[in-house]
Design a protein around this ligand. Structure first.
Ligand SMILES: C[S@@+](CC[C@H](N)C(=O)[O-])C[C@H]1O[C@@H](n2cnc3c(N)ncnc32)[C@H](O)[C@@H]1O
Length: 208
């Protein structure tokens, strides 16, 4: 297989492994999610058919949420501690340790991918790799939902776990268009006490 690995992947895995318990205690339940994020992800589930992949599922709370909305869903994450916790907490769902840079999923097999804050550590040079992988595994007409840190320019910043990046919506939308997605909706939110948030829903438009 072509080497599609991203240099930062090992750093990201090790950094989350070291703080997996802390992260899961803080964010491992949808009750800690912003109500507008719950509403957006909930309404997105009405637009996709399964199977859906929660790509970078962390402790699995969104996988469980999507399943609760009636979708056939599984989760994948780099970090064994997250996957172990997700399996223990939600034994009825399927979780795998792996990288979404190179999924063990046939082309066009998925109806959708949720990537909720899971591309935040990918540099502008690297982000096309997972986006191309999402485009490969989502069938034509299938959906993608990205959540990310929004900002006026593409810019790295010190995130508590590992270096992360802010993206203008238009720049990330262009990455999706370049990979064969059609952007459907964009959302931004600025609230004191929170980092600016962005979300994009897109549909896999054509075979590349
Ligand atoms: C900020 S956390 C978000 C986790 C979860 N989606 C949530 O909303 O709580 C980023 C997650 O992406 C995962 N991740 C980052 N790069 C990945 C990759 N290449 N393959 C699989 N998972 C990855 C990390 O391990 C981490 O669990």
């Amino acid at each position: 297989m072509e080497n599609t690995s991203v240099p930062a992947v090992d750093t990201v895995r090790e950094s989350y492994s070291a703080r997996a318990q802390e992260y899961a205690d803080l964010f491992g339940s949808v009750t800690s999610a912003h109500p507008l994020d719950l509403a957006l992800i909930g309404s997105w589930t009405d637009t996709v058919a399964g199977p859906v992949l929660d790509a970078g599922c962390g402790p699995g709370q969104w996988t469980n949420f999507l399943a609760g909305r009636g979708l056939a869903v599984s989760g994948v994450d780099l970090v064994p501690e997250f996957v172990e916790r997700a399996r223990a907490q939600y034994p009825e769902h399927s979780f795998e340790i792996g990288s979404f840079e190179a999924l063990d999923t046939p082309s066009g097999a998925l109806g959708g991918v949720l990537s909720w804050y899971s591309l935040i550590h990918h540099s502008p040079n690297d982000i096309r790799i997972p986006i191309a992988e999402f485009a490969r595994v989502i069938r034509s007409g299938g959906g993608l939902l990205l959540g990310f840190f929004e900002g006026p320019t593409v810019e790295a910043f010190d995130h508590a776990v590992a270096t992360a990046y802010r993206w203008p919506v238009a720049a990330l939308a262009q990455q999706l268009t370049d990979a064969g997605f059609e952007v459907v909706e964009t959302h931004t939110r600025r609230e004191s006490g929170y980092r600016p948030h962005g979300a994009i829903t897109a549909v896999r438009s054509h075979a590349r």
